[in-house]
Design a protein around this ligand. Sequence first.
Ligand code: XIL
Length: 427
Amino acid sequence: MTSAQAADTPLRDLAAAKGKVVGTAVTGSKLTGSYGDIAGAQFGSLTPGNAMKWGSVEPTQGTFNWAEADQIVAFAQAHNQQVRGHTLVWHSQNPSWLTNGTWTSAQLGTLLQNHISTEVGRYQGRITAWDVVNEPFNEDGTYRSTLWYNGLGADYIASALTWARAADPAAKLYINDYNVEGVNAKSTALYNLVKSLKERGVPIDGVGLQAHLILGQVPSTLQQNIQRFADLGVDVAITELDIRMALPADSTKLAQQAADYKAVTAACVAVTRCVNLTVWGFTDSDSWVDSTFPGYGAATLYDANYAPKPAYYGVAEALGGTTTTPPPSTGACTATYSVVNQWNTGFTGQVRIACSGASLSSWKAVWTYGAGQQITQAWNATCTQSGAAVSCVNASYNGSVPEGGSVTFGFNASWSGSNPLPTVTLG
Ligand code: XIL
């Protein structure tokens, strides 16, 4: 493949040409229609968002529910996709029988070993990589106080990795955490752990950087951090990328988000051992962000109606895609000017502001008239004209344009000579 690819080349093909795999977290029940089409066409790897967690697969002790996990693995096989298994050992989303039980250290070790053997064994040969241990660290780099740490000590991590290796020798074994994307106390603790596990001969193949990021806050040391793990001799995956913004989204935020997604992708592309970049849901209609971080959202690559956002093109560009139809520079809200009625000295005009994949809480539409064009009166907006420059701001009641919605305003104006249609931009 050449390095330049058409914009409509699927992300998975762009990634493959760079030696990478681009993936997404998925919800099994949604894998039909547009959601299934995009999941299958654009991504080379799937991660079950919840389906493989202990609380999902063994809600009652000894009673297993593999339905959603099986479905996702089958979908992946049918679409020639890898599966990242997520996750075996965590402090969260465990079944209540486990968290409410009183266990001796020996019992806890047996429960964990059986859990890992059962789940990893079930999917043996079908999982490319397992997030064996999830979120073991506090922000200051100390171990998180969990059922596992408190019951088994820090070596629960080495034990879990060893049991996972025994159950599927081919699966790559990862430790996964958040806020470890840049160089900081937490990522340094993870670094030191991986270094010591390797020195001890404990099986560890990779680290997962979750990358639940905030708009405009891609760590400047991301690539450097990926590189230092690679230099330890392990693979790196961006495992749960999303970039949330304070709602409502607007064109400026969506452009920043595109730049942020592009920067994260570029950092992975720059390091050979960064093997996988997975987004935590690919549509704003299937993201954990909105319910988890009140007031934030619009964190993914596609809007809620499955239209690719500027962020999608940011990822594509970092993977070597050329954007043949660039997203409009004003983002996903556009203004269209039309003349609805015209007579010998005057005319009535209208501007429609429509949003797709974005929304506005206020707006200003500006344009430049030619000689002889002069606004005399406007409705549903306040318009001023200074020389040739026209500026119209929303009325108090129509500043809000929802995603997928539109507003219009109208005006009367005079003209002489000619009455050309100006280009309206949103400011
Ligand atoms: C999230 C899921 O996306 C949600 O649906 C669920 O309610 C909570 O967990 N870090 C992880 C993921 O490792 O498993 C979490 O997934 C998001 C944070």
